[in-house]
Design a protein around this ligand. Structure first.
Ligand code: TRP
Length: 403
């Protein structure tokens, strides 16, 4: 091997190891652009944004700002829609702990998609996954977390008539036969290659990808005809669709599910990771208004060591979680976001002021979410589907004699 080609492969290798994105862990500083090539997805083009504008009028800030930035077959599903064939949405949540702002990003986007495309939403809660993977020590605990998480999901304002929430454990009769059909076509070596399973991985985890792929086809099975599926989700979930669902779909006679991939909201601590084991790195929906403010005010920033230096050299918004919170969630006006960026990098805006303004916005948001979350306790029966024949009956339907 010549030295130049070995240099090249070293570079490749260090790039590959620079950051890791799997459904269960995200390490290092994620290069989202590079991920498109690594996963083999497509970028969301101006043409697709124009299509959104044409079909539904409003192009969500997440699209304009490339928070949702990559896809598979989104152009295909939009052109089907244009021709009068409706799609359904599928997303999910692994109940491993409390819900934080980062989890809300794909859900806010899903709500926009449901409203604009008048789409049904199937929402999977993977209680089995979090138990099998070991994030949660017992199934009894996942059940508790599931209830708490469902309140956050309902608080997003999804349409109860068009939204079907289920847990894997609570919906087994309905989903298991589909999962078995999928699993039969997935070899162990594929599962290993796609998910990095090892000999020490428990067999529940090895089977689990079939369960997560199942909702891609569930409405088609329940309704008896093929319905296109669009999955809004963070990009880390892509292996399920790339490696399993899209591979198996043609073998079972279904459409390949389309996806739209989001970026992860950075954490508030240095290094940008948000994690439940580091409570200060994330704002949880159940944090008190005081805690919310405190977390924002003590966030890591891209600021300089002193006010004088900040004025003279400007801050670094690119590495600043505070700036990213505005960019993702807390400033709807694109011009204002650009102003915050410029004022920061020019040294006109000091971190203290920038954080104080964000803190009050996040606090308001959290208070508002919490109100809806409390109201959601009364609405659970309108959203959870019963595991009985037909698959789409809600507890409320039973209570009110509609089934
Ligand atoms: N595995 C996901 C998690 O750990 C939960 C999930 C299930 C999901 N199905 C999904 C996420 C579909 C996005 C889309 O959170």
């Amino acid at each position: 091997m010549t030295s130049s080609s070995s240099d090249h492969s070293d570079k490749q290798k260090s790039k590959q190891e620079d950051f890791i994105v799997t459904p269960w862990s995200v390490k290092g500083e994620v290069d989202y652009d590079e991920l498109v090539d690594r996963f083999g997805t497509s970028r969301i083009t101006q043409e697709i944004l124009d299509k959104f504008a044409q079909l539904v009028g409003e192009v969500h800030p997440f699209l304009r700002r490339q928070v949702f930035y990559s896809h598979r077959d989104l152009d295909w599903i939009l052109s089907r829609y244009e021709d009068g064939e409706k799609f359904f949405l599928y997303t999910g949540r692994g109940p491993s702990g409390g819900v934080h702002l980062g989890h809300l990003v794909p859900w806010i986007f899903t709500k926009y998609l449901q409203d604009k495309f008048d789409a049904e939403l199937y929402f999977q809660i993977t209680d089995d996954e979090k138990f099998l993977h070991g994030d949660v020590s017992s199934l009894a605990l996942t059940e508790k977390l599931t209830y708490e998480n469902i309140l956050d999901i309902i608080a997003m304002g999804f349409d109860p008539k068009k939204t079907f929430i289920f847990t894997d454990m609570g919906y087994t009769k309905t989903i298991y036969s589909i999962a078995a059909n999928i699993a039969k076509h997935v070899t162990f070596s594929t599962a290993k290659a796609v998910f990095g399973f090892e000999n020490s991985t428990n067999v529940g985890m090895v089977f689990f990808p079939a369960i997560q792929a199942t909702p891609c086809f569930l409405p088609s099975v329940l309704k008896g005809f093929n319905i296109p599926c669009l999955i809004p989700a963070s990009v880390d979930q892509d292996p399920y669709w790339r490696g399993i669902a899209r591979e198996i779909a043609p073998k079972l006679g279904f459409y390949k599910p389309a996806q739209i991939h989001g970026k992860l909201l950075p954490g508030l601590t240095q290094g940008g990771k948000m994690s439940s084991s580091q409570p200060d790195s994330a704002i949880f929906t159940t944090d008190s208004p005081k805690e919310v403010e405190k977390k924002v005010l003590s966030s890591f920033t891209g600021g300089r060591a002193t006010v004088e230096e900040q004025r003279r050299l400007g801050g670094n918004a690119n590495i600043c979680p505070v700036y990213h919170y505005y960019y993702f969630l807390f400033e709807n006006n694109d011009g204002e976001v650009a102003r915050i960026y410029d004022d920061c990098t020019n040294g006109n805006l000091l971190c203290g002021d920038c954080k104080a303004m964000l803190a009050s916005r996040v606090r308001k948001f959290a208070e508002n979410h919490n109100e809806k979350r409390e109201k959601a306790r009364e609405l659970v029966d309108d959203f959870i589907v019963e595991d009985i024949k037909g698959g789409l009956v809600k507890k409320r339907d039973l209570e009110e004699g509609r089934y």
